[in-house]
Write a protein that binds this ligand. Structure first.
Ligand code: AMP
Ligand code: ZN
Length: 110
């Protein structure tokens, strides 16, 4: 999708260091990390949010990618977050899974 920053990252229009890549997904470090480890896992195909994600192959690939990237980096304990909609904190409308680790994380989140 045009003017989508994460589409540009996924299709390598914007250079980024991928921590992980497969047929359906890529993972890279968040620009503004909220924890010592803050990774984003995104599908290569554009879906604005979880509400629009209707491809089960991509759904499973996203969770497999979380397992693969955490396993690759030796991260055993982490939080995954998907913000859906503005009031939930979504600012980039290309679905992404946050992986946060490396410090104790409080619950409930703010
Ligand atoms: P959310 O608020 O859930 O939509 O998360 C969007 C995340 O994308 C934020 O944590 C931003 O710091 C991050 N972000 C925005 N632009 C970039 C970028 N160019 N590269 C990496 N992370 C980004
Ligand atoms: Zn996109």
């Amino acid at each position: 999708m045009e003017n989508c920053i994460f589409c540009k990252i996924a299709n390598k229009e914007i250079p980024s260091n991928f921590l992980y890549e497969d047929e359906y997904t890529v993972a890279f470090n968040d620009l503004n990390p909220q924890a010592p480890t803050h990774i984003l896992v995104i599908p290569k195909k554009h879906f604005a949010s979880l509400n629009e994600l209707d491809d089960e192959k991509v759904m499973s690939a996203l969770f497999k990618a979380v397992q693969n990237v955490t396993n690759k980096l030796g991260i055993k304990e982490y939080r995954t977050v998907i913000n859906t909609g503005e009031s939930a904190g979504q600012t980039v409308f290309h679905i992404h899974i946050h992986i946060l680790a490396g410090r104790p994380l409080k619950w409930p989140p703010g």
